[in-house]
Design a binder for this molecule. Structure first.
Ligand SMILES: [Zn+2]
Length: 439
């Protein structure tokens, strides 16, 4: 389950309710459906007192997918979660196609174009379009959720590791302690410092172990300057040998590792530009923003024995995370995919860049737009039946509907009723993070 959002008649957000309760309210006719995604109901009366602001929206931004989780700060329940898939790669692809067409057009000399070279200055804080869209996706969803739920605060994973946690008095250097907060922060620190790769063979994308450059059995310390990361194979091969013996055949790599081990890493190195830009935008919204580190997220998630998904990571962001999150086993995340609303291209082109077909028609037909979710009840003809799905409009009024079963073409607009207006995102429901305990 995921909680159902509730608005009062004035469209002010109230505390979300259990779907079972929402069903009863709907049956009793006290509420109406306000929005399908995320599911929101609206009371037919106003509520005299404003709802208590006790919900915290937690965000784990990622390059492909961002996790969102709403946590009730009083009951420590995860009430709602979502995974927001970004469209970075699609934006890059579209810009590349546009660039190719424009370049071809310039080559053809169809008309004189003034040379432009002095108007390409980038403003401070500029982000590439693909990354800007990620920031905008998250800000959009924070604003949307604020309209549906009384959110009091935000938590954001901003950095990979936290220097403060590493330098806690009493911890000598980075002691590598599995399962402690300092140990988790140390691991994240090493991952950034050694660029997520095995120091000995350069392998990436495989499990990495924390490795003592000078083995502890030979008196090597647990300080950060003596630690690196290696793959399981290299770690086993090295065993208790000294690094100078192990890498005797590769003096170049040896020198590089020894130099990098001594170089300290600044905290700032763990913040990437996109997360920083997102943080600035979220602060502008006026809600208190708590920032957390990746090390703490991992530690919190391990403590609660939660599986790793984007939304469970989000639920574990920051120091405010309760020691025992409740109800997370029963949360089914909403899977949100950024699709964009429209295309700005006015005319299709063939592979040589010449216009193909007619220019783009109006984006609205019979009150519907491409991307709207509709329910069509066709009463006669070959398509007799009921269809629920995404509509693609045509100016003649005969639409295409993409349902779960497939595509149906030639459904007339008079049969279609909008269920959910296209809002630039696609929706689906995810599965449970863990099966509920068997009784
Ligand atoms: Zn290796």
């Amino acid at each position: 389950m995921s909680a159902v959002f509730v608005l009062d008649a004035e469209r002010r957000p109230l505390a979300p309710v259990h779907p079972g309760r929402a069903r009863l309210l709907l049956k009793a006719g006290q509420v109406a459906v306000f929005k399908r995604h995320p599911f929101t109901i609206i009371l037919k009366r106003s509520v005299a007192w404003p709802a208590p602001q006790r919900f915290r929206l937690k965000i784990d931004p990622g390059s492909k997918t961002t996790g969102l989780a709403l946590v009730d700060e009083q009951t420590h329940e995860v009430v709602w979660a979502a995974e927001l898939r970004h469209q970075g790669a699609r934006i890059v692809e579209r810009l590349r196609a546009r660039r190719a067409v424009r370049r071809g057009r310039r080559q053809r000399h169809t008309r004189y174009r003034q040379a432009r070279f002095a108007n390409r200055r980038r403003k401070g804080g500029w982000l590439p379009p693909s990354q800007r869209s990620r920031v905008q996706n998250v800000v959009t969803w924070v604003q949307r959720l604020r309209r549906l739920c009384p959110i009091a605060a935000l938590s954001l994973e901003l950095v990979s590791f936290d220097m403060q946690a590493l330098q806690t008095p009493g911890i000598e250097g980075i002691q590598y302690q599995q399962g402690t907060l300092a140990g988790c922060e140390a691991r994240e620190y090493l991952l950034v410092k050694w660029e997520h790769a095995c120091a000995y063979c350069g392998a990436t994308g495989i499990p990495l172990e924390v490795e003592h450059i000078r083995p502890s059995s030979r008196g090597g310390s647990h300080r950060e300057s003596n630690l690196t990361l290696s793959c399981v194979a290299c770690n086993t091969a090295k065993g208790t040998q000294d690094i100078r013996v192990f890498l005797a055949h590769d003096p170049e790599r040896l020198a590089r590792i020894l130099a990098q081990a001594q170089a300290p890493l600044r905290d700032a190195a763990a913040v990437n530009a996109t997360r920083w830009a997102l943080y600035k935008r979220l602060v502008e919204l006026g809600l208190p923003v708590e920032v957390g580190s990746g090390g703490r997220t991992k530690y919190n998630r391990a403590q609660q024995e939660m599986p790793k998904t984007h939304w469970t990571d989000a639920a574990c962001v920051g120091a405010s995370t309760p020691e025992q999150l409740r109800n997370w086993q029963r949360v089914r995340p909403l899977l949100i995919t950024a699709t964009g609303r429209q295309c700005r291209q006015m005319c299709n082109v063939d592979k040589r860049g010449f216009p193909r077909g007619k220019p783009k028609g109006p984006s609205r037909s019979h009150g519907l737009r491409t991307g709207d979710m509709v329910r069509a009840v066709v009463t006669k003809g070959v398509h007799r039946g009921t269809y629920i799905g995404r509509v693609a409009i045509k100016s003649d009024g005969y639409f295409k509907i993409t349902t779960r079963a497939g595509e149906v073409e030639g459904i007339h607009a008079r049969y279609c009723r909008a269920l959910h207006r296209g809002d630039g995102y696609g929706y689906a429901h995810g599965s449970l993070a863990a099966l509920p305990p068997q009784v």
